[in-house]
Design a protein around this ligand. Structure first.
Ligand code: GTP
Ligand code: SPV
Ligand code: MN
Length: 595
């Protein structure tokens, strides 16, 4: 094994992993275009990938039908004591989990290649960035990492002889016996899948899945679960947030981050094309924000990723033209349908559905078929730099100063279109009690309302009660520089089940109201749950919205909110003495305001 690496700890770790996993060979990834093309060509030749005739350098993959999304039930925060992981995380003691997983890793790469991927989360040279190294036996993961992170020789150079990195060990868990034929998407059965985090030693071990956040370990594992634990220790924030710059007709810039649960609209809002005249939007990130307090006392946000791993179904020129513009070339599509012309398709794309396609399971499909052509969690992996509305400042090493935080979720009733928190503590209360219907981004039931605090339930690497306290402490440090906090719900439905709000580009109308609140131009109207827009404060010019729908979107029903209180109480109770008293006080104040 010849290696271009001079980092002693990295060499030692790679050697240990190779001895344990016993791959046929070890390859150090250089992150080059040639490497990507070589791996894609090999996967196309083997039948794992399909080269798309209609999109240059783009490929379609079909996963195993059992391996289509994150697996929250198989995701673990392995701290020495259960209480450090907290009530919202699965926990197994580190010794036990390492024992089990070492057993699984033994010989797990036989017949395969072990790839070593040195990567940076955040641009090289940024004080906010961190290095990771992923070891994987999946060439699909290597190509995705090329797009989602900064991979390669420059990182290895920066790692020098002794720079720190976060080790991320991944295996699909499907060794090949001599002569055994491979399948297009090898993976292990559900009960052998483990997505494990050891925050005390900044270590990630993932086994058995090749899909998305289970396998691209820079993303949820490093940039959220491990980074959130580091951020708490070091006094910064790692959040499941988009980053957006909005410029008013007068040229005033507002930087906005938004935390919505998985498949609840971050990518769409991040790439918004405002429908109101004169307002301009630029995208700085669609899934993760790392935020630090700058020398001027403001909070600066940077997207640690370099690509989008976005939900495909529902993406169209109508709903998200910038995403469609991003997808013209150099894209990996996973679990989309294949058209007879050699292009991809999914439900909700512009125009009529194709008369015939091959569905995500590789079967013939027509519009008359009883099942969807694309899996609901079908995704695209595309370079952020290709996005037509990417901000020229998206890789600015120090990030951008945040004015507005948005929380929200998918809720058919109760939560109005928008409300603003009275102050920081109230905003943290809104984030900590956020509720949303579950989506196909996780394997499990879809449409179940659950509390997903700060959209971080699946991604917080430590006790969520302590995470709430960390948010309060950050607010104390930020003081008057703290971003204003809003809560939105694009998903309120009529009794007949229709979305009341048109969403997408029209969400700019709500963003405009937020900016005008920050600029002190509108007063809003106080309600028991927070400040709502007066009807005349929402710019609805050019939008034909039935008056009754608008009234319903802005309605606060005290009875419905009173009915929420026992559930919030139960939600808070699970944190025991880790729940900050300031949040219990906020619940009490909500109760009093509701009368
Ligand atoms: P993750 O990548 O899983 O973290 O998700 P995300 O938050 O980036 O979600 P995304 O923007 O990809 O949206 C997921 C789904 O919500 C898609 O099917 C969208 O079409 C739909 N969606 C997004 N924004 C809106 C909106 O404003 N209104 C409605 N009705 N649907 C929306
Ligand atoms: C999410 O589920 O929030 C995602 C997709 O962004 S994954 O990377 O698979 O977690
Ligand atoms: Mn996400």
């Amino acid at each position: 094994m010849s290696s271009p690496c001079r980092n002693a700890a990295l060499l030692k770790w790679v050697d240990e992993c190779a001895r344990l996993c016993r791959p046929d060979r070890v390859v150090w990834c250089d992150g080059s275009r040639e490497e990507y093309d070589r791996l894609m060509a090999a996967m196309t030749a083997s039948g794992a990938a399909i080269a798309l005739k209609k999109r240059p350098r783009s490929h379609l993959f079909r996963s195993d039908p059992s391996d289509v999304a994150r697996v929250e039930d198989r995701t673990f925060i392995s701290t020495p004591s259960r209480v450090e992981a907290g009530p919202t995380n699965n926990w197994i003691a580190p010794d036990e989990l390492k024992g089990t997983m070492t057993g699984l890793y033994r010989g797990c790469m036989e017949g395969r290649t072990m790839y070593v991927i040195p990567f940076s989360m955040g641009p090289l040279g940024s004080p906010i960035s961190r290095f990771g190294v992923e070891i994987t036996d999946s060439p699909y993961v290597v190509c995705n990492m090329h797009i989602m992170t900064r991979v390669g020789s420059r990182v290895l150079e920066a790692l020098g002889t002794d720079e720190e990195f976060i080790p991320c060990l991944h295996s699909i868990g499907a060794p090949l016996k001599p002569g055994q034929k491979d399948v297009p998407w090898p993976c292990a059965p559900m009960e052998q899948k483990y997505i494990a985090h050891f925050p005390e030693e900044n270590l990630i071990w993932s086994y058995g899945s090749g899909y998305g956040g289970n396998a691209l370990l820079g993303k949820k594992c490093l940039a959220l679960r491990i980074a959130s634990a580091i951020a708490r220790r070091e006094g910064w924030m790692a959040e499941h947030m988009l980053i957006l710059r909005l410029t008013s007709p007068e040229g005033r810039r507002f930087h906005i981050t938004g935390a919505f649960p998985s498949a609840c609209g971050k990518t769409n809002l991040a790439m918004i094309e405002p429908t109101i005249p004169g307002w301009k939007a630029e995208c700085l990130g669609d899934d993760i924000a790392w935020m630090k307090i700058g020398p001027d006392g403001r909070l600066y946000a940077l997207n640690p990723e370099s690509g989008f791993f976005g939900v495909a179904p529902g993406t169209s020129y109508e709903s998200n033209p910038a995403a469609m513009g991003t997808l013209k070339e150099n894209v990996i599509f996973t679990n989309c349908a294949l058209t007879d012309e050699g292009d991809i398709w999914w439900e909700g794309m512009d125009g009529p559905p194709p008369a015939h396609a091959i569905d995500w399971k590789g079967r013939d499909w027509t519009p008359a078929s009883p099942t969807e052509a694309a899996h609901p969690n079908a995704r695209f992996t595309a370079p952020a730099a290709q996005c037509p509305v990417i901000s020229p400042d998206w890789e600015k090493p120090e990030g951008v100063p945040i004015d507005i935080f948005i929380f929200g979720g998918r809720r058919a009733s109760v939560a109005p279109l928008v409300h603003e928190a009275y102050d920081w503590d109230h905003g943290v209360f809104l984030g900590s009690t956020a509720a949303s219907e579950t989506t196909a981004a996780n394997i499990g039931a879809v449409g179940n309302l659950r509390r997903d605090p700060f959209a971080m339930k699946p991604f917080c690497g430590y006790n969520m009660g302590d995470y709430f306290a960390h948010w309060l402490a950050m607010g104390d440090r930020l003081g008057k520089n703290a971003p204003r906090i809003f809560y939105v719900n694009w998903f309120r439905k009529s009794p007949s089940g229709k979305f009341l709000w048109p969403g997408y580009g029209e969400n700019s109308r709500v963003l405009k109201w937020m900016c005008e609140r920050v600029a002190g131009r509108v007063t809003g109207r106080p309600t028991p749950i927070g400040i709502l827009p007066r009807q005349e404060e929402l710019d609805l010019q050019g939008l034909s919205l039935p008056h009754d729908d608008l009234a319903e979107l802005l309605r606060v029903d005290p009875a419905a909110w009173k009915a929420e209180i026992p559930d919030i109480q139960k939600h808070f109770a699970q944190f025991g003495d880790r729940l900050p008293g300031r949040l219990a006080a906020q619940l009490q104040r909500l109760r009093e305001r509701l009368g």
